[in-house]
Design a protein around this ligand. Structure first.
Ligand code: GLU
Ligand code: ZN
Length: 311
């Protein structure tokens, strides 16, 4: 059972579309249940019109889902903004403490020798009590002592992270936005994947470094860990992450321009190594790709997408 979990803070770009297509193919090839979950945790950036547009774009691409905010289902609600009580219950089961550090103070704690480049590591400043009790406080998790958290990514292979050294105690609920603060992605995604019965997570490689934190939370909450597959990102012909600079249109722009969605599906599939036997195939539907889909076809290297192929 799998899911796509878009944040309704803007338009879906081709990278989001490819993640959606691949996760849908993975689940539908195995005859599994597919859920659409809207991750509207950021009250300032999330907009209903973005959600509507994103879901319409995904349907235009040929995807469907058994449960979601527009179709309902037994494990709803399917918007994170409506799942507050579940996050409260999870937070209560974890050892957290208030943190009143400002952004500026946190930036000063940046450690430069993390393997993935510059990673902000929390130094534990407020562990023994907040230094500024008058300020709004976020909730940080006093992470349990543990060896590095390791998992086998189904595309990228084994990954390990020493969370205490590379991340530190991390925020589960923010201080901002009033009303108790916005929930952190790491907590909400763990609670929801478990509550919705998600057993397979396929998402973009930009979230790879979040996975060990999520696994540590799952262990502490006694929740099952799904299998993870992180798809390498899409790059332009010059090898840089695909962006507007390459002339990459968002999904809505393609739909509004009247582009054949089968052209888009074929380009996304090709960039993910799925059309190995038919590299020249100009158009295909998600449904046509379904029967022959195998996760092992997706290469570990970033996929190249040539925007000019989109007409
Ligand atoms: N909402 C996240 C995003 O749009 C995805 C979360 C996930 O797949 O775990 O980047
Ligand atoms: Zn602090």
């Amino acid at each position: 059972m799998g899911r796509f979990a878009p944040s309704p803070s803007g338009r879906l770009h081709l990278g989001n579309a490819r993640t959606a297509l691949l996760s849908w193919l993975q689940i539908r090839a195995a005859g599994g249940r597919y859920v659409m979950r809207v991750e509207d945790l950021d009250p300032q950036r999330s907009k209903a019109e973005h959600e509507q547009r994103q879901l319409a774009d995904l349907r235009w691409l040929g995807l469907d889902w058994d449960e979601g905010p527009d179709v309902g289902g037994p494990r709803g609600p399917y918007r994170q903004s409506e799942r507050h009580a579940l996050y409260v219950a999870a937070l209560e089961r974890l050892d957290t403490y208030p943190c009143t550090c400002t952004r500026r103070e946190l930036r000063a704690q940046i450690e430069v020798d993390a393997p993935h480049g510059v990673e902000p590591v929390y130094a534990g400043t407020c562990r023994e009590g907040p230094t500024h009790p008058e300020r709004p406080a976020s909730s940080r998790w006093r992470i349990p002592a543990s060896a590095p958290v390791c998992f086998v990514d189904r595309i990228l292979g084994e990954r390990c992270q020493d969370i205490a050294r590379e991340v530190g105690d991390f925020v589960l609920r923010r201080a901002d936005h009033g009303d108790g603060g916005a929930w952190a992605y790491q907590l909400a995604v763990v609670v929801d994947d478990a509550a919705m019965g998600v057993s397979e997570v396929l998402r973009g490689a930009d979230l790879l470094d979040s996975t060990p934190r999520q696994i540590l939370l799952q262990r502490s909450l006694g929740l099952a860990t799904p299998r993870y597959a992180h798809a390498p990102l899409i790059v332009g012909p010059d090898g840089d992450k695909l962006s507007k600079r390459h002339g990459a249109p968002d999904l809505s722009a393609l739909r509004e321009r009247g582009v054949d969605p089968r052209l888009v599906v074929a380009a996304l599939a090709r960039s993910a190594g799925l059309l190995g036997d038919h590299p020249g195939l100009p158009r295909c539907t998600a449904e046509e790709l379904r029967a022959s889909f195998e996760l092992s076809q997706i290469p570990r290297e970033p996929g190249v997408l040539d925007v000019s192929a989109l007409g």
